[in-house]
Design a binder for this molecule. Structure first.
Ligand SMILES: [Fe+2]
Length: 280
């Protein structure tokens, strides 16, 4: 890659608890350690690894301490975002140097030569509903960031909650409820992000929200089932997690999924005998 390219990884919805805590039979620390092993080994030069919210499941300090212990092994810098399961107070006690927009929200604009990375905080800490929100102060930050981001490179916007419905009823109930106000900011500034990235839905999804591409990936932990209609409860599965490798060059942006727990064969496709008998 040239010096102007940008490469980074995304992990999302780690849902950490205290050390040894499991959720649906999975220890998030074990999952994170496995992801970090692969990322450190295969991508030693990433600009950052972004965690797109729901860092903790219940938001207690012990969960963030457990996460910090895992992240200590990560070679690349971590960008930590909050989701509906997080709590700002305990998060900041463990990560005092995390992003702060001046109003206490965990959001920032980072300008790289190849792209600008805008991270928003959509946690509604006062609410009990798990929906996302962008209050007036956060919308003002968004507007400043849109004006500040250089126009000669892509603007990639990260927020935990999705702004446009994805068609999964159980998760569209917990959408970012201030999407109209957010869109109005895009219109007022005259700039839309070139792509949006979310966590929250625990499913791999690509779509367009009013023409803006968005991308969602699997959770580090449990997944949401492929069930569009379940209205009241969220269907779960234990499908394998992915991390995303994102590369930005002057002419392309690509997002690669990698199933990092896969431990099956790797072989050359021209050699059918390499896996002969495997499925008989
Ligand atoms: Fe989540």
């Amino acid at each position: 890659m040239s010096g102007h390219d940008l490469a980074f990884a995304i992990l999302t919805d780690a849902h950490f608890g205290p050390p040894g805590h499991t959720l649906y039979g999975i220890d998030p620390r074990v999952r994170l350690d496995a992801a970090i092993d692969v990322i450190n080994r295969d991508h030693p030069d990433l600009a950052f690894v972004l965690f797109a919210g729901d860092l903790a499941d219940l938001g207690e300090a012990e969960a963030y301490e457990n996460l910090a212990g895992g992240l200590a092994r990560l070679k690349a810098p971590a960008i930590l975002m909050l989701g509906n399961h997080d709590r700002r107070g305990p998060f900041r006690t463990v990560f005092p140097d995390a992003d702060d927009d001046g109003n206490g929200f965990v959001q920032a604009l980072r300008i790289f030569p190849a792209a600008s990375i805008l991270t928003l905080d959509t946690l509604d800490e006062d609410g009990q509903t798990h929906v996302g929100t962008l209050c007036v102060k956060r919308l003002e930050f968004l507007e400043r960031a849109l004006r500040e981001a250089p126009e000669d490179r892509p603007l990639l916007l990260f927020q935990h909650h999705h702004s446009g419905k994805v068609g999964v009823r159980s998760m569209d109930r917990y959408i970012m409820r201030d999407a109209e106000a957010q869109w109005a900011v895009f219109e007022r500034v005259g700039r839309r992000p070139d792509a949006m990235f979310h966590g929250h839905v625990h499913r791999p999804i690509f779509g367009l929200w009013r023409g803006v591409p968005y991308y969602i990936q699997r959770s580090l932990m449990h997944q949401v089932g492929f069930d569009f209609e379940a209205p009241d409860q969220i269907p779960g599965t234990l499908e394998a997690p992915d991390y995303a490798l994102v590369r930005v060059s002057p002419e392309a942006l690509t997002v690669h999924h990698r199933s990092f727990l896969y431990d099956g064969p790797h072989f050359w496709l021209h050699d059918e005998t390499a896996v002969e008998g495997r499925f008989e």
